[in-house]
Design a binder for this molecule. Sequence first.
Ligand code: UD1
Length: 421
Amino acid sequence: MLEKLMIAGGRPLRGTVQISGAKNSAVALIPAAILAETTVTLDNLPHLSDVAIYTEILTDLGASIEWSGDQMVIDPSRMKSIPMPNGKVKKLRASYYLMGALLGRFGEATIGLPGGCNFEPRPIDLHIKGFEALGAEVSNENGALRIRAKQRLRGAKIYLDMVSVGATINIMLAAARAKGSTLIENAAKEPEIIDVATLLNAMGAKIIGAGTETIRIEGVDSLHGCRHSIIPDRIQAGTYMIAAAATRGDVIVDNVIPKHMEAVTAKLQEMGVHIYEMDESIRVVGQPEYESVDVKALVYPGFATDLQSPMASLLCQARGVSILTDYVYSNRFKHIPELVRMGAKMKVEGRSAIIEGSFLSSAKVKATDLRAGASLVIAGLSVAFGGVTEVTGVEFIDRGYENLVTNLSALGAEVWREREE
Ligand code: UD1
């Protein structure tokens, strides 16, 4: 049953919101558990549709999984590398991690090319080059990748032409049990990569340098179970920070690692938002007026591309013209025409959105991907006078925001779900 979000804006968000574990870690840590011979326990797991789909996929592959509250216990001991050319793997982008994990444990994998948020073509050529460098043969069979290693994978030196989160993690997964040493150069440095390396090391892997541009992996013969707590979701946290500013609210965003939020914090402060950092929380106090700023979405530790869309909604409210440029995805602007329907003055030029200060009004809009959806929710919350904004495509938003309606309601927003006819 499809649903839509209904938002009566104009209410400042006030109170405290708890941030869940990181989606982009969870969808890598769950497949990473395949590499172990015994039980892996993951704590601080978010309740999200992507996590639920991953759980079903691992179960189909023979894992036994218990998921209660925010804890998941995965017993991968009886898993097999069953071909999955179609079906559930097509529902999420991060199904590509099955390739590295199954290849690493069983030396073979057949996985359909991933689905998920397709805001623009998202190639996985670097993942494939990595698998091949480790000695696997990769062929495309009717839209599924067949990856086979005739003998045990061998460590190799791999330079990534582009800084890729997915390729860095996938190569770590495949190389953890390879023979010899693997060096990933020009690796991505996102906190989620450190989280995956931390789990793998707790499983007995030997990985050093995660979080820097050079990662060294000494292959080991086998990996064992362990217990690991997932890092907080910095994108979810950033979204609530931006929403607090956009509604002129006063919100404590709790269970965050403030260091992970530095790029957002700095940009919000530059606009005039007041921010107070504590050990594990950040208080965001909105102000009546904001200055325009230029934002460049970059790889970590730069401003996250996943927060570029939410930020567009806040920049509508700044005095003057802001330029928002995405250096990670050149065409990630499907939220812009929808924001224009709400009265935003913005246009896309090349890989930038040019945004002028404007008043937003309620409208019927459509989320076409996860973070575009977040931007429309923030826009709906910011509509100052009258009317209800209807956001369809809620299934995309559910992929990344645990308890969104409950959390926003607790902060004083008037937001509810209705069945979409
Ligand atoms: C991950 C995140 C996503 C985030 C993105 C960038 C997950 C599940 N998703 O996606 O939320 O927006 O990082 O921070 O963690 N590229 C290639 N070839 C490849 C791989 C990537 O050309 O083989 C390009 C992409 O098109 C893009 C850039 O490299 O322009 C970065 O992509 P990448 O970091 O791989 O993104 P994902 O891992 O897919």
